[in-house]
Ligand binder design. Sequence first.
Ligand SMILES: [Zn+2]
Length: 711
Amino acid sequence: MQRAWIMAALAAGTTLFAQAPVPAPAPTPAPASAQTPAQAPAAIEKLGADGRDMWLVPVEAPGFDKLRPTQRKFAYYLYRAALAGDEIAYLQNHPKALDIKNLLEGVWSKKDALDEATRAGLGEYLKLVWANHGNYSHTHATKFVPANLTYDQLKKAVQIAVKKHAKFAVKGGGMAALAQLKPYIFDPKVDPIQVNQVPGVDPIATSSNGLYDKGLTLKAIQALPEATQAQVNVRFAKKGKKAVAQVFKVGGVYGAQLDTVVYWLQKALPYVEDEIAKVTMPDGTVKTRFEANANQKQALEDLIAFFKTGDEATFKKHSIAWLQTKSTVDYLNGFYEVYKDPRSVIGAYEANVSYKSDSTVIDKLSQNAAYFEAKMPWDAKWKRDKITPPVASIVNVLMETGDAGPISPAAYNLPNYADIRKDYGSKNVVLLNVEGASSAATREAGIKASYRAEDQDLIRKDGSLARQWVVYMHEVIGHGSGQPDASLAGADPATKIGPTYSALEECRADCVALYQFPDPKLEEIGAVSAADHADAYKAMLLQYLTGQLMANGLVEGDTIHEAHLRGRQLVLNYLVDNQKGVQVDQVDGHAYVEITDLAKAREGVGEVLTKLQTIKAMGDQAGAEAFFGQYGTKVNKAWHDDAKARREALQLPKEKAFVFPKLVPVVEDMNGRQILKDVKVETGESFEDQMLRVEAWGKSRDLDPTAAPKK
Ligand SMILES: [Zn+2]
């Protein structure tokens, strides 16, 4: 529930999570902008009609070579663990997703034997399948079919590949698999929606993911014990009319992948970072020495035990140690976000490896979490009296797999467990290199397309700054804020509110940022200068609302499914419909957001925020559905057609995926044993090579999978 997306919409450089810390000359150099990495100069590969379905954007790893060798080795083992789990995301996304990928990869291994049109059409579809981990949009949870590849072309390609002895890692080999997978690949009406959370329908029966066997219903799940219903690391099989939980663990569901994840995590364990410890000597003097980072060591040990046993309590233990770990190299590996589960409970597998960039400003924001909590607009009884400042860091990622990448969030706030967040807080992570590469690609074109002429310079001046602070505040003081009403007696509002909860929580975190940014504290911590504060706030609101207006052009059909988009639609509609200082103007036949009264707009945001917190605190399911039903569910048809046309004219992408730096192990042979001496980073790999490497390296237990096989 805690993820900030680099939405396709950001393509416009306009959306909330769009633009990057690559500011046009800003009068107030904010500390945050100083950390901006150099713009990635490598070429962007473009997929789909007019190159607009997806851009594949290269990401760099500034400063990785400055880490200590042991930190680089630690990162490498965590990197291999992340690659090893990647396949799990296919298995979770749809029962046939991994088979489809394996079939296509088998054909692709003989791509040189295909005619040009087939190769192009297949390559495009395969890259989209890789990026999304299957044939459903990662962002919109709706199915896509090949745009430039017919069934007959694919059939002929499979025949050629079979004749050329291609290996097919799918049951029955090439032709039998194709016959079986045909409707899943080519028929848009077969399993059209991956995650259906529209009120009034059975979310389990109408969703097509790999977490529930076909034929199961919400009723069957609700017949299970509550503890089973609440478990994050299970899928449900259908036995007769009943649902049976199957646990994700070594020896269980996803056992093969998790076994390899565990193998690499165990290799990482001896390289846990050192930290400086103070030791009192017998004579009373205090000396410092290096000791293994205790939290990090504990976290990794618990994570390994969790994957081996499937005992969720161990994962919670891991999460507590992990969120308290302050380190240079960090990771995600496990079952976290719930967007792929129509009940918003089961965690999608995701993993990454990152290393810290300068986090001074975000630390200061975090230290003031209690200050902002006290200034929230809602009733005092729903404010936390005790605030554990969240651990916040700005990092560069080396790799993201599973549900985390190559389509990447801009930031995340984890863990999601409400009880842990309440007692221990959470960790907030902003992905600096990904965000920077993403926005640099499309910024100026997006500004020209999306804003009234008189607003464009404001966005050029303050857009990047405003964008960063929406993300920071959403993550650091947004999600962690507020507390449930005493009448809930400890019950989790997420469970009470049900499918609308994800959208409600994302919207609430956004509104915290949009409401709190004008506070003078932001000047004090060095986020913005007093002279520029009002401009930056206007830029923030304008950018957020414009991004959403333009995002209407991305959603096919009349319903918005994705949680963040639903939240932003609610804010935009609420402010416009209730005349809260915001209106949508028509200029030359195009719709533009205009802020007519900044103070009134903030007041409107405060109203939305108070209402969202009230609904959350009370666990008010009907209230959530009514509020989102009125403002945050339907696509605005006029905005859709207009924004779609404007985007088409600009050839902006609907989605971006990333090409991460490649870690290259430096391996030495010591008396027949392979030893990892160091790790180097390389950029410039193609997306295709990256994804084939994820596949090959993910299954390998060789220290250097590219080395010639041992005899
Ligand atoms: Zn979030």
